[in-house]
Design a protein around this ligand. Structure first.
Ligand SMILES: CC(=O)N[C@H]1[C@@H](OP(=O)(O)OP(=O)(O)OC[C@H]2O[C@@H](n3ccc(=O)[nH]c3=O)[C@H](O)[C@@H]2O)O[C@H](CO)[C@@H](O)[C@@H]1O[C@H](C)C(=O)N[C@@H](C)C(=O)N[C@H](CCC(=O)O)C(=O)O
Ligand SMILES: Nc1ncnc2c1ncn2[C@@H]1O[C@H](COP(=O)(O)OP(=O)(O)OP(=O)(O)O)[C@@H](O)[C@H]1O
Length: 488
């Protein structure tokens, strides 16, 4: 039983009209999901204002309304709570409603433009390998002690988030690892959570459709660290230009990881091959199965976090050395004929694409060609489209520009935006093949023995979203099917 005044315990309240001693059966931010006996929290969103939907929530049986602006007319029998910030209230109320689950877990949040999924997934695998029962909240999927729960967001809304954390506590989890997107920080989806640690991977040009300026994007990410408790650790990448700024005002225990400078967690790459990485970490030489310099950073972040949580260094490195990464992140298959290497990677930002391509360039031994299949998403930051095409052409031997998730946009418009970034030198390198399956097929036709095909942008996704409809689509499965045809 949840009593309203208990759930409101940490909320900054301006005014209450009605009974706060009443029971609340459910919480929702969406009037369409309001239930009899439940509480509707009205939040001002990016498209509309939840306050408009208060009557709808009440018609559906809600008995409590939490809002920033008191409605002019109030219905009898309903409790109205006016708060300073309803998005923050949603986080704090959900945390109380679900029994403060994060306080019963060692919860670590990972934020940054790239690497969140890889780092959170590696942490989940590492701590599971160390013998703990763990939970994971990631873009690819959520996991509760090994049970997979589909993910809708990188970071779910505060109500779903706290419900998932409560499920983890109920399943006996002691640790939880979660991605914290910049949208989530800005919309206060993590308000009220008790973090044991926060990790910063890196920050580059992305999500400017939402955050408008790079400075604002940095400010939002930094606020996650500003709000960590003093009992938590804050671990940042010393080699990222903004790595120090991120931790500037955090009350948490600060530590840095680095491949290039002095830091608490110091790593050095000895070998970087298609078979894995050999690194020296804290004077111990280790072979890792993950590939590429950016994964060296991810591994250092994971190692640093485990050490900050008091785990034994040698045991951590032993388990880490056995792990593979997350699905669709530098995921590869090799064709049975001609040993063409097909790599599926979620790189959908210029920086991530550059990272993958530079990694591949460093890893090739001889004259293997790199053939890149890449597009850009519709209804998202348009400025990155020409840059993605430019990066692809500059760092590959051949490029096939194709559709990603065009969403509501015409794929040809997106492809034209991409082409606008290409000068005359690139003209001989690229082809435009809008159909993604055909584009992958074209790449295979162009590939010779030992060549590398990078299919970038969609990673683990199992669909392609065209005109609002999600069609089944799986880059890795298509590569596999087409590779099998080479045998016939
Ligand atoms: C732009 C954005 O982030 N939107 C998120 C936001 O919605 P919003 O606040 O803008 O919603 P809105 O449509 O303006 O409505 C305002 C309020 O009215 C309510 N409403 C609306 C209609 C109605 O009939 N009744 C009603 O009560 C809504 O529930 C909402 O509370 O809050 C919702 C609840 O938390 C999210 O589901 C929604 O995610 C949308 C679907 C989305 O696509 N978000 C993406 C961009 C996102 O969050 N991505 C990041 C990862 C980014 C990355 O790293 O790649 C993520 O963490 O997943
Ligand atoms: N530390 C890193 N630095 C730069 N690029 C990285 C790093 N780790 C992974 N990448 C690249 O970025 C892509 C996205 O990686 P990952 O999914 O781990 O990041 P993310 O932050 O979770 O992104 P998203 O929130 O969009 O899922 C990977 O497919 C990989 O190519």
């Amino acid at each position: 039983m949840r009593i309203l005044q208990d759930i409101l315990y940490k909320v900054n309240i301006l005014e209450v009209r009605g009974d706060t001693g009443r029971e609340v059966l459910s919480l929702t931010l969406d009037s369409r999901k309001a239930e009899v006996g439940g509480c509707f929290i009205a939040v001002k969103g990016t498209l509309s204002d939840g306050h408009k939907f208060i009557p709808m929530a009440l018609d559906k049986g809600a008995v409590v309304v939490v809002c920033e602006v008191m409605p002019e007319e109030q219905r009898p029998g309903v409790t109205y709570v006016q708060v300073r910030d309803s998005a923050a209230a949603a986080g704090q109320m959900a945390h109380q409603f679900y029994g403060e689950p994060s306080a019963h877990l060692t919860l670590v949040g990972v934020t940054g433009t790239n690497g969140k999924t890889t780092v959170a997934t590696l942490l989940y695998k590492l701590f599971t390998g160390l013998g703990y029962t763990c939970g994971l909240l990631s873009t690819v999927q959520n996991e509760i002690a090994g049970r997979v729960v589909a993910a809708t967001h990188t970071t779910p809304d505060p109500i779903e988030l706290n419900a998932l954390l409560a499920d983890m506590v109920a399943a006996g989890c002691t640790h939880a690892f979660m991605e914290v997107s910049s949208h989530a920080i800005h919309q206060q989806r993590v308000a009220g959570l008790v973090f044991a640690g926060g990790i910063f991977t890196n920050i580059t040009h992305d999500h400017l459709d939402y955050h408008k300026t790079f400075d604002e994007y940095i400010r939002v990410k930094k606020s996650f660290f500003d709000n960590l408790p003093a009992t938590a650790f804050a671990l940042s990448n010393a080699d990222d230009k903004r790595g120090t700024v991120m931790l500037q005002n955090t009350p948490a225990r600060k530590a840095y990881y680095s491949l290039r400078t002095l830091a608490e967690v110091k790593g050095k790459i000895l070998e970087n091959e298609l078979t894995g990485l050999v690194m020296v970490v804290d004077d111990i030489e280790v072979h890792f199965r993950l590939i590429g310099e950016f994964n060296a950073y991810n591994l250092l972040a994971v190692y640093g976090a485990a050490v900050a949580l008091g785990e034994d260094k040698t045991t951590v490195l032993q388990v880490l050395s056995t792990l593979t990464g997350a699905e669709g992140r530098f995921d590869y298959i090799v064709s049975p004929v001609d040993r063409i290497m097909g790599i599926v990677d979620y790189a959908h930002t210029p920086d991530a694409l550059l990272n993958v391509l530079s990694t591949l360039q460093k890893l090739r031994k001889g004259g293997e060609k790199i053939i890149t299949v890449v597009g850009a998403g519709g209804d998202r930051d348009k400025t990155k489209r020409p840059v993605m095409a430019e990066v692809a052409c500059e760092h590959s031997d051949r490029v096939i520009l194709t559709a990603d998730n065009p969403r509501s946009e015409d794929p040809m418009d997106i492809l034209r935006d991409m082409e606008s970034g290409l000068g005359s030198a690139a003209k001989r390198k690229y082809l435009v093949v809008p159909d993604r399956t055909e584009a992958i097929k074209t790449a295979i036709t162009l590939a010779g023995k030992g060549d590398i095909i990078l299919v970038a942008g969609k990673g683990h996704e199992k669909y392609q979203e065209i005109k609002g409809v999600k069609h089944p689509f799986d880059d890795k499965a298509i590569l596999k099917e087409l590779f099998a045809l080479l045998e016939k």
